[in-house]
Design a protein around this ligand. Structure first.
Ligand code: COA
Length: 343
């Protein structure tokens, strides 16, 4: 006689955060240093963005170098040297082809692991986190290293004061493992979205198939990052607020349940507007933008690592992550911060 089938399917596997790390290049550039060559000032930059300094990778340092630094620390903090997949969120890969993640995996001693890049500009880390959680839920991986790393300075027009003062370089990483949805550290539901109809708001025009290689170098301005700051500001507030509210609803959390809002570090004023719109007191926003600027796909894991190191994120704390970026793209998730020995 055959064994009867179980009447209930097993609960889906959750992805549990089990390690965090980050890496910054050694050189910090202050607002005053930028103001020496741009028509700007420390007072303007601080009051309009919250930024005091940012780190800049020297020539010769690539995104993969920062990614390896952050990834190694996250693996160490997770207590495991091994994962099944390495996902790298970046807007600034080492080169157009191949993806940067396989080289990062190899340098971390993870040859053989699945490895791919995720491209969603400042939302990249949230998208990669969802992708890693999906690999675990599908049983395709038991452990995943998710890295956000950028050398955004390589895209910036040094004479464009509207972008040169905002962005910085750096990397952050987390390790996910298969676990139970009720465990501390388990990632909650995700809310992800995009609106490609507004892609022109954040662009680098050259370097892809739209402007093909033709033997004539592309115009210099087309190789630089361009952004319509004011319009992006409005979209960032609207999209992150809506996404955060949506994910809270799906998780069954109220705004007052959130102990820490760790949002994409785009602009301190954006973070505060999002907190106000969702109903989270501003004092519950973690921000490290003053010290690192906007590091695009690296910003959320960098902030998580710093908040953890500073003792802001403690076991049991309820954390809301939300991001917005070029594409346009946005995403949010929630988690309860894990125990002391595993983050
Ligand atoms: N220093 C001094 N003045 C500056 C400046 C700078 N670095 N950058 C812009 N200005 C000037 C503008 O030229 C403008 O001058 P004008 O009034 O004479 O025309 C004035 O400041 C106001 O410009 P505006 O663009 O309206 O400023 P803002 O308050 O919107 O701030 C940003 C500009 C870029 C800081 C802001 O729009 C922003 O943060 N946007 C989102 C950026 C972002 O996070 N992008 C990443 C994607 S998530």
């Amino acid at each position: 006689m055959s064994t009867p089938l179980p009447s209930h399917p097993p609960p889906p596997r959750a992805a549990v955060l089990t390690g965090v790390g980050s890496c910054l290049p050694p050189t910090a550039v202050t607002n005053d240093e930028l103001a020496e060559r741009l028509d700007s000032s420390d007072a303007w930059i601080r009051s309009r963005t919250g930024i005091r300094r940012r780190y800049v990778a020297s020539p010769g340092t690539a995104t993969s170098d920062l990614a390896v630094g952050a990834g190694a620390k996250a693996l160490k903090s997770s207590g495991t040297p091994d994962v099944d997949a390495v996902l790298l969120a970046t807007t600034t890969p080492d080169r157009p082809c191949p993806a940067t993640a396989p080289a990062v995996a190899a340098r971390l001693g993870l040859t053989g692991a699945a490895a791919y890049d995720v491209s969603a500009v400042c939302t990249g880390f949230l998208y990669a986190l969802a992708s890693g959680a999906g690999l675990i839920a599908a049983g395709a991986a038991d452990r995943v290293l998710v890295i956000g790393a950028e050398t955004f300075s390589t895209l910036l027009d040094p004479d464009d004061r509207s972008t040169a003062v905002i962005f910085g370089d750096g990397a952050g990483a987390v390790v996910l493992r298969a676990g139970d949805a009720a465990e501390p550290g388990a990632l909650g539901p995700f809310d992800l979205g995009s609106d490609g109809g507004r892609e022109e708001l954040i662009t680098v025009a050259a370097g892809g198939s739209r402007q093909r290689l033709s033997g004539v170098p592309p115009a210099t301005r087309d190789q630089y990052f361009a952004m319509e700051g004011k319009e992006v500001f409005r979209h960032a507030v609207r999209r992150m607020s809506a996404s955060a509210r949506s994910v809270l609803g799906r998780a069954g959390w109220r705004a007052e349940d959130v102990d820490h809002l760790v949002g994409h570090q785009a602009n301190l004023r954006i973070t505060h507007h999002v907190a106000d719109a969702v109903g989270i007191p501003r004092r519950r926003c973690f921000s490290n933008i003053a010290e690192v600027g906007n590091t695009a796909a690296a910003s959320i894991p960098l902030a998580l690592d710093q908040a953890h190191a500073d003792g802001v994120l403690t076991p049991g704390g309820r954390v809301l992550l939300t991001a917005f970026g070029g594409g346009l793209t946005w995403g949010s998730t929630v988690l309860t911060w894990p125990g002391p020995d595993r983050a």
